[in-house]
Design a protein around this ligand. Structure first.
Ligand code: ADP
Ligand code: ADP
Length: 226
């Protein structure tokens, strides 16, 4: 198991119910796991806890067997893609993809080679010199994936990565993510409220409801329940 979440709780208000309440689940190595559930179920909070953008009030988070519960974001080896492309508008596509490597002090020649590799991986070789404002929504989101993958993460965390796109582009990118995953084999956690998306794309599904895990299993097991 590559991501292990044990009894994790995160409470934002002292009186109310926790956003995430005693959640335990495991995401198998090399698979796409969907975190599925309605708005407000606690999916984004859980993803942010795994990414290190939130700190749990209780519980443990392990990535590849290492306890990351109180480890800073940069040390966790996670690549994150959010719904609204968090690209830097004043930076070119190349500079955006290089960002995480620059922050980590990667030598220029290595960074350049890695950016070239990432541009090929997301099939945007010709657009490295453009600015985000000169790209389509689907292209921007592929840049966000390239930036997340450039740092060679151990796990990829995706929070409704296609949620801001129109239906046709969303379906295209879903297939694209499928082929990207086949090429990288990276352990992936996908937050979605879309059952169809979870069914089509993932090998493992964790269903959340009101801050808790309601069900977990293969898509076949989840959807064929009586
Ligand atoms: P989902 O991603 O499933 O839509 P969220 O994790 O975004 O659910 O939210 C779960 C609950 O926690 C919601 O009630 C939300 O309003 C609350 N919540 C999330 N983030 C915060 C925050 N930073 N401060 C206060 N409440 C929050
Ligand atoms: P998502 O589309 O992932 O559900 P939201 O729009 O719910 O995202 O939340 C966006 C940001 O606002 C997140 O950082 C989340 O933690 C924060 N947030 C969500 N709900 C609340 C809330 N009730 N109070 C304060 N911050 C919140």
């Amino acid at each position: 198991m590559s991501i292990i979440v044990e009894q994790v709780t995160r409470r934002f208000t002292s009186g109310g119910s926790p956003a995430v309440s005693e959640v335990s689940f495991q995401a198998p190595r090399g698979a796409i796991t969907s975190l599925l559930g309605p708005s407000g179920a606690g999916k984004s909070t859980l993803l942010r806890l795994i990414a290190g953008l939130e700190v749990p009030d209780a519980g443990r988070i392990l990535i590849d067997g290492v306890d990351c519960t109180s480890m800073p974001v940069q040390k966790r080896g996670v690549g994150v893609v959010f719904q609204s492309y968090a690209l830097f508008r004043h930076m070119t596509v190349r500079e955006n993809i290089a960002f995480g490597l620059d922050v980590r002090g990667s030598p220029r020649a290595e960074t350049d080679a890695r950016v070239d590799e990432m541009l090929r991986l997301v099939q945007l070789e010709a657009l490295g010199g453009r600015y985000p404002g000169q790209l389509s929504g689907g292209q921007r989101q592929r840049v966000a994936f390239a930036r997340a993958l450039a740092i060679r993460p151990r796990v990829l965390l995706l929070d409704e990565p296609f949620g801001a796109l129109d239906t046709r582009v969303r379906e295209e990118l879903r297939e694209w993510l499928h082929s990207l995953h086949e090429r990288t084999g990276l352990t992936t956690l996908l937050v979605t409220h879309d059952q169809q998306e979870a069914l089509e794309i993932s090998q493992h599904v964790v269903v959340m409801s009101e801050g808790r895990v309601a069900q977990a299993g293969s898509p076949e097991v989840i959807y064929n329940r009586p």
